[in-house]
Design a protein around this ligand. Structure first.
Ligand code: HEM
Length: 448
């Protein structure tokens, strides 16, 4: 059988096909190429042969059915600086399997009841402060920072500008800067630039962030009571210490803490921000949502399945604006056939989650925000690609979904969000830290 390498635009010397990709709108440039070249196309990013997977079924064929050939992370130079090969997102093979297993075991041991208390406690602190806001982005970031910080270390910080410690403000800023830095490094792809790129700023950011988390981990280690762990870091420390292979060392925890914070803050806060934007543009849907969740008490996590419209609204928000629109880069470790094309060993693989979620092939009228699609056509409910799929699926998926449910139900039960102008808010996204909306002001009215 004759199978061929995927088609794609012409590659130029040195930059390859990078000229086809507009900064801040990478997802739209790639969506255009998807429409031109189909679900599997190729483009050389600088010097690296890259294959883009754009439909949910080809992503599933690679990441799920052929997962052994596609589960490795492409280790770009900046990834090595951030993770030192010791964290989860930027490590491979045996080490990755072990640390991912340790993370999953520790996550399974964190009880839903305790998580619910954590989400509630954080929501009510945030709630006090929200009433005074019209710029919601910074406060949503503080909320999602606090949720993950409290989950990791069992402590949280205050919301008010004059009370929040400077090192926390700095950390949240470093987290933004780090993600922006990682998404804009030509030398990751154009190999001849590498000798001239020291990544001084990135080293500085990583040093600053580790010097924030390391003393906290050391303190947990010093006072560790193995019979009675009180926070996630203590669970992780116990798992690491009791692992007889000793593949993972305690010093890896500082890099893992950073990735859990960085990976969790903006993804979750932009999802809430998008939800506010879409529901401000669609007040009738916001009213329907309110009717769905306006029960006597706040909905509990164990009752999640009783709120189909709310769940559909979260799914639709993540579909329309997946926070990580191009996933994280994988590497093909064994030449494999996907979607009728041959993908050679060593290729960089990008899953274009944005196009997979916004294609007419899979969703009717895909650019319209319509949660009802997941209720009216249940077949759609099976394709949730925003957290990726296969062995590298986001390990924070359940945590993120639970926190979005717990926070979102309270937020929309207590408040009505309206536009401050007659004009609809712009639903087109930019790639900033994540796939984020252009900043907007929100009118927040207390419901009862
Ligand atoms: C709405 C929220 C979130 C979305 C949409 C999201 C999405 C993603 C995506 C698309 C990936 C790439 C998977 C791949 O390589 O194929 C990923 C990886 C990852 N995410 Fe999330 N994420 C979210 C929240 C979180 C949270 C809350 C945490 C941690 C507390 C987290 C931690 C991670 C980590 C550690 C990885 C790397 C996994 C690995 O390489 O094995 N994420 N996420």
């Amino acid at each position: 059988k004759h199978i061929k390498y995927p088609n794609g635009p012409i590659n130029l010397p040195i930059i390859g096909g990078l000229y086809k990709i507009t900064p801040n709108k990478q997802h739209l440039s790639l969506d255009k190429l998807y429409r031109q070249y189909g679900p599997v196309f190729s483009l050389r990013l600088g010097s690296i042969d890259t294959v883009f997977l754009n439909d949910p079924d080809v992503i599933a064929e690679a990441y799920h059915i052929n997962s052994t050939s596609f589960m490795e992370r492409m280790m770009l130079p900046t990834f090595v600086i951030v993770g030192k090969g010791k964290n989860i997102g930027f490590s491979n093979i045996e080490y990755w399997k072990k640390i991912r297993g340790i993370l999953n075991a520790a996550l399974t041991k964190s009880k839903t009841r305790l998580l619910e208390n954590l989400f509630n406690e954080q929501f009510f602190k945030f709630d006090e402060y929200l009433k005074k806001q019209i710029h919601i982005r910074p406060i949503l970031k503080r909320l999602t920072f606090n949720i993950i910080f409290c989950f990791l270390f069992g402590e949280s910080v205050l919301y008010e500008d004059d009370k929040i410690p400077k090192d926390i403000i700095d950390f949240i800023q470093c987290s933004d800067d780090l993600l922006k830095y990682l998404s804009s490094q030509p030398s990751d792809f154009i190999k001849c630039l590498r000798p001239f790129t020291s990544h001084k700023k990135l080293h500085h950011l990583v040093d600053k962030m580790t010097s924030f988390v390391k003393p906290k981990i050391d303190e947990k280690l010093k006072n560790l009571d193995e019979e009675n762990p009180k926070c996630f870091i203590e669970y992780l420390l116990i798992q690491i210490k009791n692992d007889h292979l000793q593949l993972v060392q305690v010093d890896a925890l500082q890099y893992i803490c950073i990735e859990l914070l960085v990976g969790g803050i903006d993804t979750t806060s932009t999802t809430l921000e998008w939800m506010i934007l879409f529901l401000s543009n669609n007040e009738n849907l916001q009213e329907k949502l309110y009717q769905d969740i306006n029960t006597q008490s706040y909905p509990f996590l164990t009752e999640k399945n009783n709120f189909p419209f709310f769940n559909a609204t979260i799914r639709e928000t993540l579909r329309r604006s997946p926070p990580v629109p191009l996933g994280l880069p994988h590497m093909c470790s064994e030449t494999t056939e996907i979607g009728g094309y041959v993908i050679p060993k060593g290729s960089l693989i990008i899953s274009n989650l944005y196009s997979a979620n916004n294609s007419e092939k899979f969703y009717s009228d895909p650019l319209t925000f319509n949660p009802l699609r997941f209720i009216e056509t249940p077949a759609n409910a099976n394709v949730n690609i925003s957290f990726s799929i296969g062995p590298r699926v986001c390990p924070g998926k359940n945590f993120a979904e639970d926190s979005l449910f717990s926070i979102g139900t309270k937020l929309f039960k207590n408040y009505k969000f309206s536009r401050t102008t007659d004009q609809e808010y712009d639903e087109n996204a930019l790639i900033g830290v994540t796939l984020e909306p252009k900043p907007f002001l929100s009118k927040i009215t207390l419901r009862n």
